[in-house]
Design a binder for this molecule. Structure first.
Ligand code: DHK
Length: 146
């Protein structure tokens, strides 16, 4: 089964209690459960990691070059600031799909720019926890038919 790296960036460990009117009430563990269930249906295996540290996310991407078929990533606030994370996504050479719970284009101007999007195949924003599931379905489609 193809293996997919799922990366959650800073502050996503606080899902469920952090600004639920924007990010929803589902916890990260619950989102991961939904992803695991859908991955099983899609014939994918997931390795999931959350980190509040940019370097750990970059290390996870470098390691994924050895085993992953694709990447599903919510870079959190690093979306808007991190050239280093963008470079790491690009360096993997893996197809990547970016997801956001909120619609970043309907929020503050500083959130409306993603440094990560240009090195991803595409992105899903604004559907709450469903953004992750839709993103995973996109990954499955890419792996079936690049
Ligand atoms: C999550 C975050 O933590 C924010 O910093 C981003 C993103 C948006 C999301 O909607 O999933 O700006």
């Amino acid at each position: 089964m193809p293996e997919v790296l799922v990366l959650h960036g800073p502050n996503l460990n606080l899902l469920g209690t952090r600004r639920p009117e924007i990010y929803g009430r589902m916890t990260l563990a619950e989102i991961d459960q939904r992803l695991q269930a859908r991955a099983a249906e899609l014939g994918l295996t997931l390795r999931i990691k959350q980190s509040n540290h940019e370097g750990e996310l970059i290390d996870a991407l470098h390691e994924a070059m050895g085993w992953a078929a694709a990447v599903l990533i919510n870079p959190g606030g690093l979306t808007h600031t991190s050239v280093a994370l963008r470079d790491a996504v690009e360096a993997t050479g893996l197809p990547a799909v970016e997801v956001h719970l909120s619609n970043i284009y309907a929020r503050e101007p500083f959130r409306q720019v993603s440094l990560i999007s240009p090195v991803c195949v595409g992105h899903v924003v604004g559907f709450g926890w469903r953004s992750y599931v839709l993103g995973l379905e996109a990954v499955a489609g890419l792996l079936r038919e690049p």
